[in-house]
Design a protein around this ligand. Structure first.
Ligand SMILES: [Zn+2]
Length: 253
């Protein structure tokens, strides 16, 4: 955490002073068929002075940006999925400004990308967090601060975030990656504007995993899985909008 993060809630409270209907992704007015989705917001963690984890010269802020750029490029092949990045350079972005993009752009989903660093562990694999009470993990360094004044997201949206997290972890496992869905109260997961997840792509302190995460071919393979998850979620979401209510319930389960 750094000092700037402490002021995040005040700024966001002002920025979010928009009608609740404008922030609710489950609008009562479904989009017309063939209408493009509102943008996917990709959020490369950290940036600028906030470098995130640094292990053997690999900086979390750089690697998160590499993955985000590759994921944006991959999603660009799907014309129905516009993508906006909260940062596309090595610059610091406040936690609030990351979420304000979701509100201003009517983001469809918010995906924050990070890498993990823990001391003295050989843990591996990706963890996809959505908002909720976190299992007690005394060993985990809390590098992504939770700022209490931000209220929890609406229940229905939290459920959608959990569904999105499971879609990511399933897609990664289907392609041979180790991945699990979990819960946390990280600030960006309280995003009131769209279903939101924070993905820890892997453990930088694990030398074998760090070598993979910095390998271009491995990055491309992982990005392909992430893109498939976003496309799957977007497809299911539009099916729910267009289908009769009885069918919607079945699909949501
Ligand atoms: Zn991070």
């Amino acid at each position: 955490m750094n000092a700037r993060n402490l002021f995040a809630p005040v700024l966001l409270a002002a920025a979010l002073a928009v009608p609740a209907s404008a922030m609710n992704p489950a609008s009562p007015l479904p989009p017309a068929p063939n209408q493009p989705m509102s943008p996917v917001i990709l959020d490369p963690g950290h940036g600028g002075d906030d470098e995130g984890a640094i292990v053997r010269g690999v900086r979390e802020k750089d690697l998160a940006l590499v993955f985000a750029r590759k994921l944006k490029a991959r999603l660009a092949r799907n014309a129905d999925l516009p993508v906006v990045m909260t940062r596309d350079t090595d610059r610091y972005v406040t936690l609030d400004d990351r979420l304000v993009d979701s509100v201003d752009m009517s983001g469809s989903i918010f995906v924050s990308l990070h890498l993990t660093h823990v001391q003295g562990k050989k843990a591996s694999g990706a963890i996809v967090y959505s908002y909720g009470a976190e299992k007690l993990r005394k060993w985990r360094k809390r590098r992504h601060p939770s700022v209490p004044p931000m209220p929890a997201p609406p229940r229905g949206q939290a459920d959608d975030s959990a569904r999105l997290a499971r879609t990511f972890s399933r897609a990664l496992r289907a392609d041979g990656f180790k991945a699990e869905a979990s819960r946390s109260d990280y600030y960006v997961l309280k995003n009131p504007a769209a279903p939101s997840v924070l993905i820890e792509l892997g453990y930088l302190n694990n030398p074998d995993e760090a070598a993979k995460l910095t390998d271009g071919a491995y990055q491309d393979k992982m990005v392909e899985s992430l893109a498939k998850a976003i496309e799957e979620y977007a497809t299911a979401r539009s099916i729910r909008v267009d289908m009769p209510v009885a069918t919607k319930v079945a699909v949501k389960r």
